[in-house]
Ligand binder design. Structure first.
Ligand code: 4NP
Length: 154
């Protein structure tokens, strides 16, 4: 069982979308029983809320249904998960500060390190932008999640 936690700032746009896409890929490959997948945010501001309405709308357009409700990242998540996937450099530095041990820090990876068809060094926060930002998030996450699945599916 591989346990993957996707992280972003608010846990209402990028990371719940990543969680949904990754689960979809695992299901398509009949590998959903091999994974435990969740997402969390670095701020608790939106805790308990469903994904941003705009992210949900763009997700539906691509055949995805986001069911996650926002929750904040906790220190003990580092013990519960094998891989902690950050969307941008701010996520990485906040996670590094939160990590209780070097082993925990070693679990932090960047989503963009798994891109195979796109070149980007972060998944841009779509929150304050328009439709194209949400579409771009889905495009990057589909690319990177496919490769993350390929590398972890044994
Ligand atoms: P996310 O987007 O990190 O992709 O969920 C954001 C959502 C909310 C806020 C920031 C980013 N916010 O500041 O409320």
């Amino acid at each position: 069982m591989t346990k993957i936690l996707f992280i972003c700032l608010g846990n209402i746009c990028r990371s719940p979308m990543a969680e949904t896409i990754f689960k979809h890929i695992a299901e398509q490959h009949g590998a959903d029983d091999d994974y435990f997948v969740d997402s969390a945010g670095l701020i608790g501001f939106h805790a308990g809320e469903p994904a941003d309405e705009r992210m949900q709308r763009h997700a539906r357009r691509h055949g995805y249904h986001i069911t996650h409700r926002s929750r904040p990242m906790r220190e003990y998540d580092f013990a519960d998960f094998d891989i902690v996937v950050a969307m941008d450099e701010d996520n990485v530095s906040r996670l590094n500060r939160m990590a209780p041990t070097l082993e925990a820090q070693g679990k932090i990876v960047r989503m963009t390190d798994y891109l195979t068809h796109h070149t980007a060094d972060h998944v841009p926060d779509p929150y304050y932008g328009g439709d194209s930002g949400f579409e771009h998030v889905i495009e990057l996450l589909e690319d990177a999640c496919a490769e993350l699945f390929r590398q972890t599916n044994h």
